[in-house]
Design a protein around this ligand. Structure first.
Ligand code: 5GP
Ligand code: MN
Length: 337
């Protein structure tokens, strides 16, 4: 960030600050937002964390999670919060479209906007930008940001627990996007007192029975292996949502399971949400799903984890997904894992 000193002087006086992160918030969205909030509060700022839609229940234990304002639930409160804060931080996304109506309010407002993000191809909507595609997570970048401001001395256990959670979830428990720098940061977080085993249990071993039943249902009844493309397609219908009484956050992680099969390069998970049909894409090694998400599904993301959506409903989206596979066949088959 070239204009870091300008931001530093803005932050020298207590400000009214809103932090926002993307729709379908994940561990990194909530972890980076709450980690930054705990830091900014120590500087004397008034901080609200807002997101467009609900986050998974396994993040409820995080310090400050119960104060997060969800646009879908507390619409008027979020609208009021976004009207005229001094500064708005946009974390873990880089296109205002990722925060739905909240993005329109931010674009129309006069607040200073700070973007901190690790996704590919950022859009130029912020006054201050910290962007690093090599970072494992936005949570790692919040640590970098605090360091840039010369404030590592202000790190505390709450910040550490939130950032550790974001790093843990965005690296798939340290399976990808890792680096020596990341492990040094994690070592610092553990020295603050972060209990890594406790957090792994809170995040990964806290499912309800219905989540495992749903996983069984998806793998048994809603999975198609497209062998000639080294691809797996899984899906959920509106009726599945009703039958298993699941909400949006409950499907987190399903898309990763088929990657455990040998010779599978890509997995797509397609499911219906109230107004859109959502697609999540995952891949292994060199095969990039980012381009597919961007070109065919109005989305984007990372090389090995991207997503997007359509307005054409479940079955047509599934057909559309299958119809684009021949275009990528040789890349899918020649992916060295
Ligand atoms: P997920 O499949 O878990 O919803 O998302 C995986 C990644 O894909 C996210 O971290 C995000 O980078 C990206 N992504 C998901 N949905 C969208 C979308 O609608 N638009 C864009 N630009 N990226 C998305
Ligand atoms: Mn992230």
């Amino acid at each position: 960030m070239e204009n870091i000193s300008e931001l530093k002087s803005l932050l020298a006086i207590p400000k009214d600050i809103v932090i926002t992160s993307h729709r379908n918030p994940d561990g990194d969205a909530i972890g980076s937002s709450l980690g930054l909030r705990h830091y900014l509060e120590q500087l004397g700022h008034t901080v609200k964390v807002t997101v467009p839609s609900e986050f998974p229940v396994f993040l409820n234990w995080m310090p400050g999670a119960s104060d997060v304002l969800v646009y879908d639930i507390s619409t008027e409160e979020v609208q009021a919060a976004l009207k005229k804060p001094d500064i708005i931080f946009c974390l873990d996304f880089n296109s205002l479209e990722r925060i739905d109506k909240m993005g329109e309010i931010i674009a129309a407002g006069k607040s200073k906007v700070v973007m901190i993000d690790h996704h590919l191809i950022p859009e130029p909507f912020a006054d201050f930008v910290l962007h690093d595609e090599t970072a494992s997570s936005t949570s790692e970048m919040i640590y970098d940001f605090i360091k840039l401001l010369g404030d590592l001395g202000k790190m505390n256990l709450s910040i550490g627990e939130c950032l550790f959670s974001g790093i843990l979830t965005d690296t798939g428990s340290f399976k990808y996007s890792t680096s020596p720098k990341l492990f040094r940061i994690v070592a610092d977080l553990l020295e603050l007192g972060v209990d890594d085993v406790k957090i792994q249990n809170l995040i990964f071993n806290s499912l309800d029975e219905k989540h495992l039943r749903l996983l069984g249902h998806v793998l048994f009844n809603r999975m198609e292996v497209l062998e000639e493309f080294h691809t797996v397609l899984i899906w959920l219908t509106k009726e599945d949502y009703e039958n298993f009484t699941i909400s949006r956050g409950d499907t987190e992680g399903l898309v990763n399971f088929p990657l455990q099969m040998k010779n599978i390069t890509m997995v797509a998970f397609i499911h219906e949400q109230p107004t859109i049909t959502k697609i999540s894409l995952r891949s292994k090694a060199g095969f990039s799903v980012q381009e597919i998400a961007k070109k065919h599904f109005r989305g984007g993301g990372h090389k090995n984890a991207s997503g997007g959506y359509s307005y054409i409903g479940l079955r047509p989206t599934m057909r559309m997904f299958k119809s684009i596979l021949p275009e990528y066949q040789s890349l899918l088959l020649n992916n060295d894992i």
